[in-house]
Design a protein around this ligand. Structure first.
Ligand code: ADP
Ligand code: MG
Ligand code: MG
Length: 343
């Protein structure tokens, strides 16, 4: 019999649209494989879950094992689900919240568990985790809205002295470059911080890193493997929201043109990052690599990276010998494997 996969898509984050695109590719791929029954579960911006227009929910009690129908003819029935694929980017999906619900419900799901998802979404905790594992992270500072309100002048001075201009200002929890600015002077810095504070109570400011932007895909559970790395060639000043999704002039160079030793190091560090942050299933680790100075920094991991057929994550696996559909099959297997380990 077929394995039933509920594909969660849309969601409450600013990356709702991106999720719809990833999910369309993933659902096409899963259907293509033939051995799966796909249940497209749409989550509205307000957080309402529907399956083909009918409201459904996952209940936190273990043992129900599926989508509980909330309305219509089948109200009160349960549609069984073998695996959930949360194709959600950003808050309320990539950050451990949906993962927590699925843990309570005891339904296997693709990707990292609660801690890995939460840490992967929080750029401040992520950096702390990477530094604790001895992995290279660029210079940065972070503060809360309360710090900012009380010590604005001092913080601006400290940022200017320790990080210099231009620097990057980011809300702690987000993705797709939403709320991120590159500040070239103190007026822009102040504006950028106020902007980032629209999205989160915690903000980080990073020194500008040099070199090229390199990404590496990781796949697996306890013995994860890394793909060949790729390079991002942003069409804007940095890889902002419009360079990622609106303007198709950004380029991907696959594989990245790096020295073999650099490639080896990137792949090792991608795996180390995945393990250090307690990830599972999949993750894309993003770097800055400066071959002139030999320096290398980890910018972040994305535990549910963009996943259209032209996205970096599947493209890097394709270049490493794993097709899009094979990749989906492996992810479903990894989800089931992780769940059976816990029983
Ligand atoms: P997101 O999770 O939203 O993708 P990132 O931390 O990856 O946030 O930042 C988005 C983009 O901003 C990166 O892809 C890169 O182009 C640029 N960027 C971020 N931090 C730095 C930095 N410290 N130095 C140089 N460029 C950066
Ligand atoms: Mg990110
Ligand atoms: Mg990023």
């Amino acid at each position: 019999s077929k394995t039933t996969i509920a594909v969660l898509h849309g969601g409450r984050s600013g990356e709702h649209e991106v999720s719809l695109r990833s999910a369309a590719s993933i659902m096409d791929g899963l259907r293509d494989v033939g051995q799966y029954e796909v249940l497209p579960v749409f989550i509205s911006r307000e957080g309402i879950w529907t399956l083909e227009g009918v409201r459904v929910a996952i209940l936190p009690e273990p043992g129900i094992g599926g989508l509980y129908v909330l309305e219509g003819e089948k109200a009160g029935e349960v549609i069984p689900v073998d695996v959930v694929f949360p194709v959600l980017h950003g808050t309320y999906g990539e950050d451990g919240t949906v993962q927590g619900l699925l843990e309570l419900a005891r339904i296997p799901y693709v990707g990292a568990g609660v801690p890995g998802s939460a840490i992967g979404m929080d750029k401040i905790l992520m950096k702390a985790g990477l530094l604790a594992a001895g992995l290279p992270v660029g210079p940065y500072l972070w503060f809360t809205v309360a710090d900012w309100e009380e010590n604005k002048k001092q913080l601006l001075k400290q940022i200017e002295e320790e990080l210099a201009f231009p620097c990057f200002v980011k809300p702690a929890n987000l993705g797709s470059s939403v709320g991120i600015s590159k500040a070239y002077d103190s007026a822009q810095l102040e504006k950028a911080i106020n902007e980032a504070l629209q999205y989160d109570r915690r903000v980080l400011v990073e020194k500008m890193l040099t070199g090229c932007e390199i990404e590496c895909s990781v796949l697996g559970n306890d013995r994860p493997e890394a793909s060949v790395p790729g390079e991002i060639i942003p069409c804007n000043d940095f890889y902002d929201y419009s360079a990622k999704y609106l303007d198709d002039n950004s380029g991907l160079e696959i594989p990245a043109k790096l020295a073999p030793e650099t490639i080896k190091k990137v792949r090792e560090m991608a795996v180390q990052t995945f393990i250090a942050l307690d990830c599972a299933g999949l993750g894309r680790v993003d770097f800055f690599v400066d071959e002139k100075t030999g320096e290398m920094w980890i910018i972040e991991i994305n535990t549910l990276p963009g996943f259209t057929s032209i996205s970096m994550y599947p493209k890097l696996w394709e270049a490493s010998g794993i097709s899009f559909n094979e990749l989906l099959q492996k992810l479903v297997k990894l989800a089931l494997e992780r769940f059976s380990q816990k029983e």
